[in-house]
Each structure stands twice: as C-alpha cells, then as structure tokens.
Design a protein around this ligand. Structure first.
Ligand code: PNS
Length: 165
C-alpha cells in the first residue's frame, strides 16, 4: 500500500511480440491500482521474433503514451532480480481463462519462493479479449486474416508496412 512517501510500483512483464489489446486492457487496469506500472519486455532468446526488442519498446511507448504513470523498460535474467532493482512490490499478470492458470500459478509460486516479498496480482481482461494472444495474432496475420480490433492501430499499421512472414 502506498504510504504517501514510497510509490507502489508494479511490473507488467512479458514478451509483447506484439502488444495486443488484451495487454493494453490489463495495463490500463493496473495503472488505476498502482502508482507506477513498468511494462517490462523480456529480452529473450527466441529465434525469430516478429518485432525486435527495440521495435517493441518503440511500439509500446507509442501505444502507452497517454498513460502518465506507465513506463516501458527491458530486462533479462530473473524477474525477481529485476523487481528488486526497480523496487517493485508487485507483478501484474492477466488471466484470460482456466488454461492460463496452471502456467501462471507455477510462475507466481516460483517467483514467491525466490522473492517472498514480491506479490503477483492477477487481473481479468475485458471479455472481448479473453481469447486474444500474441501467438494467435501473429498466426492470423501471417495467414492473411484480419487482426483489426485485436491489436492497437499502431501495431496493425506497423505490420501492414512490412511483408507477411
Ligand atoms: O508474455 P510471456 O511470454 O507469457 O511472459 C513470460 C515472462 C516474461 C513473464 C516470464 O518468462 C519471465 O518472467 N521470465 C524471466 C525469467 C524468470 O524470472 N524465470 C523464472 C520465473 S518462474
């Protein structure tokens, strides 16, 4: 809880390749609960990402520009170590369906074991986004389907500006 002196900082970690309207929905909800939300892009070793990490940073900053208490950063290594460096006390994750639960619970409990003071907070997205994932967005786009309404317009424009994978 905020004590008026120390802002409550929450991390919203993920791959964001690309950011979807589901992510955006959760970030907006988190930004109403916490003083600051840091959207933290994992710099991972995925071989063929759709967007490079610098492209994802730029897109996220553009899409989140109107949320003054939300910032964008990258991290590698353990999330709990990054949380300590940023003085974050919470990790926000979206839960779309029961199918997300097992993986999310494992991560939350592993992170709790590594860092008992870091709390994971699960938030439900709007129903309209309950089936939206970066993986399916990529697949639908690559196969020529419409992704309008599933990702922010900036992401769609960016995808249209490049040849299909
Ligand atoms: O968007 P994603 O791919 O579901 O995000 C997964 C993420 C980035 C939250 C998770 O892979 C992560 O925190 N990776 C950092 C490495 C780490 O801390 N692993 C142990 C946590 S159980």
């Amino acid at each position: 809880m905020t004590d008026g002196q120390h802002p409550t900082i929450a991390l919203f970690p993920g791959s964001f390749d690309p950011i979807t309207n589901g992510h955006l929905d959760i970030i907006s909800r988190g930004a109403r609960l916490f003083d600051q939300v840091v959207v933290a892009i994992l710099v991972n070793i995925e071989k063929s990402p759709l967007f490079t990490v610098p492209e994802r940073v730029a897109l996220l900053r553009e899409v989140l520009a109107e949320l003054p208490n939300v910032s964008v950063d990258t991290f590698d290594g353990l999330l709990v170590d990054y949380a300590r460096r940023r003085r974050a006390t919470a990790v926000v994750r979206g839960l779309r369906a029961i199918s997300d639960f097992e993986y999310e619970m494992q991560m939350a409990l592993m992170n709790r074991r590594l860092s008992p003071e870091l709390e994971t907070v699960f938030m439900m997205p709007a129903e309209a986004y309950s089936y939206v994932s970066s993986r399916l967005v990529k697949e639908v786009f690559a196969l020529g389907g419409s992704i309008a309404g599933l990702v922010p317009p900036a992401v769609e424009a960016r995808l249209r500006g490049r040849p299909r994978a």
